[in-house]
Design a protein around this ligand. Structure first.
Ligand SMILES: CC(=O)N[C@H]1[C@@H](OP(=O)(O)OP(=O)(O)OC[C@H]2O[C@@H](n3ccc(=O)[nH]c3=O)[C@H](O)[C@@H]2O)O[C@H](CO)[C@@H](O)[C@@H]1O
Ligand SMILES: C=C(OP(=O)(O)O)C(=O)O
Length: 429
């Protein structure tokens, strides 16, 4: 199993190209199931989750080509991929495929809307909480679907097609908002979704669906209105830049010091996080090319954060911010409000010498003057990269094991960081 080896202590300077967003690309790829025409996506990141979703879509009959060829090519950076679901050949998404990735469950919406049935295994994904699917089930029932749970599978039917309806989410869910929006696009009549997720990835999906002929308004706000249409066509759409990758590298620079341009990054996608990073003492400026992050000699100020749905501080940057706070001057409080078990990185950061205690959903971090390298184990995607951030500032050598977590969501991480002066390499075994 591959490892990442880091020798800490170098500052970062140079430029890091920001990839297309994993969490935007996945629902966009799933939207290909809604049409028999070709959906072309530009700026798709080269990640394990994307490859896994290609396999899952293939099982339903989606054909794909990368830049006109069947196999991946080029340097591995974000690519253009054409997806065509001429016919849906299979309504079942099996456990073996769906258990590896949460987003694969989302095929349930398009399958139901296009062929009136779906049998989808309960999902997997990062082990950061129980992650139920009740909101998907309630939301799809509001569109007229009949749903049962059978041996670990959600079995959904809408033999006469879905019908528009009104659904108010009792709790904000990004995935369930994606699914309802996709399903309602092909339902008969108008659907209104209240308390919808406002994440930029939802607006990105709506923009793509509208380019395919859907009639969606309000995506990116809490109320989304969808006027169903009888069929969708193909389209070409560019995936937005990854705000979590952007925030991660911004925090890495805030940690090590230095001067890095995050090429192609968009500040409007992560203002709350950038504001928190600026309060730690880093300078953040936007340029025509992206976001520039600098920090010189001064120390890291401690800052309290609490995760919240967009436009709040993203839960997907919580672990990285905790990594940064391990070296801050004084005490910071980090509260996780989205997932009940997203503090697995605490004990691994402690191996590097961090002082962190937990009080319910809040982690109290007492900054230390020095971290020391150690072998650590990645537990989930964002936790893994928090260990990389800490390792970049630690004295001596850190090895991060179970790198497959990182490969789910960070395109060429070690290359991007080493080009900016970090001593980091992948050790293949
Ligand atoms: C692939 C992708 O885009 N993943 C993101 C997506 O995950 P995902 O879409 O799975 O996250 P949700 O927004 O659905 O989850 C938010 C909260 O709602 C709960 N919930 C969700 C659905 C449901 O039916 N019942 C229920 O109780 C979840 O357990 C969680 O506590 O949004 C999360 C929150 O921003 C991010 O951390 C993930 O990176
Ligand atoms: C939690 C994440 O992914 P997933 O929802 O696929 O588990 C993530 O991207 O941080």
């Amino acid at each position: 199993m591959d490892k990442i080896r880091i020798v800490g202590g170098n500052t970062l300077s140079g430029a890091i190209p920001i990839s297309g967003a994993k969490n935007a690309a996945l629902p966009l790829m799933i939207a290909a199931l809604l049409t028999d025409d070709t959906l072309t996506l530009d700026n798709v990141p080269h990640l394990a989750d994307v490859e896994q979703l290609i396999r899952i879509l293939g099982n339903h009959g989606v054909d794909y080509s990368v830049n006109g060829r069947r196999e991946s090519q080029g340097d591995g950076y974000s690519r253009t991929i054409h997806f065509t679901a001429r016919n849906i050949v299979n309504a079942t998404a099996p456990y073996e495929l769906v258990s590896k990735m949460r987003a694969s469950f989302w095929v349930i919406g398009p399958l139901l809307a296009r062929i009136g049935e779906a049998r989808v295994s309960l999902p997997g994904g990062c082990a950061i909480g129980t992650r139920p699917v009740d909101l998907f089930i309630d939301g799809l029932r509001a569109l007229g679907a009949e749903i049962d749970i059978d041996n670990g599978y959600v079995v959904a039917r809408a033999k006469n097609g879905l019908a528009g309806g009104r659904y108010t989410f009792p709790k904000v869910s990004v995935g369930a908002t994606h699914v309802l929006m996709m399903a309602a696009s092909l339902a008969k009549g108008e659907t209104v979704i209240d308390n919808a997720a406002c994440e930029p990835e939802v607006a990105d999906l709506a923009n793509c669906l509208n380019a395919m002929g859907a009639r969606i308004s309000g995506a990116g706000t809490a109320t989304i209105v969808i006027e169903g249409v009888s069929a969708l066509s193909g389209a070409r759409h560019r995936v937005i830049p990854d705000r979590i990758e952007t925030g991660t590298y911004a925090m890495a620079v805030a940690m090590t010091g230095g001067d890095v341009l995050l090429e192609g990054a968009r500040a409007d996608l992560l203002e709350t996080a950038l504001d928190a990073i600026a309060r730690t003492g880093a300078e953040i400026s936007t340029t025509n090319e992206g976001i520039r992050v600098t920090r010189n000699g001064a120390g890291i100020a401690s800052v309290d954060i609490s995760t919240a749905p967009f436009p709040g501080f993203p839960t997907d940057l919580q672990a990285q911010f905790m990594g940064l706070m391990t070296r801050a001057e004084g005490r910071s409080r980090i509260t996780e409000t989205i997932f009940e078990n997203r503090f697995m990185h605490v004990q691994e950061l402690a191996r590097l010498g961090a002082h962190i205690s937990l009080s319910g959903q809040t982690a109290i971090v007492e900054g230390v003057a020095q971290l020391n390298g150690a072998p650590v184990m990645a537990t989930d995607l964002r936790a893994s990269v928090s260990l990389v951030i800490a390792g970049l500032a630690a004295q001596g050598e850190t090895t991060v094991n179970r790198v497959y977590h990182l490969d789910r969501g960070f395109e060429r991480l070690e290359e991007k960081l080493s080009r900016c002066g970090a001593q980091i390499e992948r050790i293949s075994s």
